[in-house]
Design a protein around this ligand. Sequence first.
Ligand code: T4K
Length: 380
Amino acid sequence: MNIKKIKPFSKPIYITRPILPDLKKITFYLKDVWKSQWLSNNGYQHKKFEYKLKKYLKVPYLSLFNNGTIALLVAIKSLKLSGEVVTTPFTFPATPHCISWNNLTPVFCDIDPDTMNINPDKIESLITKKTSAILAVHVFGSPCDVEKIQKIANKYNLKVIYDAAHAFGVKINGVGIGNFGDVSMFSFHATKLFHTAEGGALAFKDVKLKTKIDLLKNFGIKNEEEVVDIGINGKMNEIQAVLGQLVLEKVDDEMKKRKLLLDAYHNYLKDIEGISFLKLPDTIKSSHQYFTIRINEKEFGKSRNYIYDKFKKYNVFTRKYFYPLCSNYPHYINFLSSKKANLPVAHTVVNEVLSMPFYGGLSVNDIEKICKILKSFKNR
Ligand code: T4K
């Protein structure tokens, strides 16, 4: 391949770009909000959006939040946990930080070499008398082994929380991902497939949790004269709720576009020695949130970091999600569970992963060019 022939993209290619509804439509709906002069605190748009989203996600109960991190903080608080929570080191900082903000200790468990999710076979050995929950992440939208995790939780009487920040719309055999465990958190950040600029939600099955969680996200205020819990401000406002309803109208179309791009990536990358990627089984409906490749340096001949740097010269901005491992952050590195010897798979995977540009605004030709650039690195 003649390397000189591949020209950089004329505009920066990021890993993602948000769905943007028509501005006229947004203005149209905002007129109602302006007329009502009601901007937050469980308004009309909030109620409508919560109802629509609950139906879309096929979950029994849902509570909207101002972002995914506050939602996760409240999820943990609502379950009255104590002591230690077993979690994954291969995630965004929000996951272990929400455990720590609740005065609990994250215990890091190694990950599965294929799915990159918490390895259920490694969880039991980390359970002590202090363990009260498992906080697992559906990394890049690929579901955890929910059955095995639930079995362990039942055996040791633990709560299960899922960080489903990447798993909007994922289904396992037709069942919405928010139906597993005690509580699942979704993130609606601008970088997510489905978004409200900033935002999030909790999904759960227990009706009692609905009252508890809605209290906790509103300072614990029961009514004008009673404050019955130590709550926080986790409320989603009316403007976010309007945006969410309009993004929801476009999300299926975005997923279809991403599916075409995913097929293109699979096609162009399938025969490159040293490049691998996860293929979900037919029983899983994907979120198409991220497309992440793994680079085996020995087989490909170049490191992940080399590829990440060189892509920039072509105006392609990939991301090393989730480097560094959370267990290597200064606040966690001295934990026993953070020892490299305890997390061999996570330590390998974190140096191999690269999240590639993946959003409906790209064309199949763009993906072909990105893959050509990647292939050209091999021969340098
Ligand atoms: N748990 C997990 C597993 C998570 O991944 C996250 C968030 C959370 C919990 C917490 O949920 P939230 O509290 O955020 O709701 C981004 C996001 O800020 C973060 O939400 C997300 N995970 C994480 C994986 O990615 P950065 O620092 O990588 O984002 P940034 O600003 O570098 O954006 C990445 C690319 O996206 C940019 O290069 C261009 C594009 N972009 C970004 C923004 C903000 C846009 O095109 N438009 C935009 O408005 O963290």
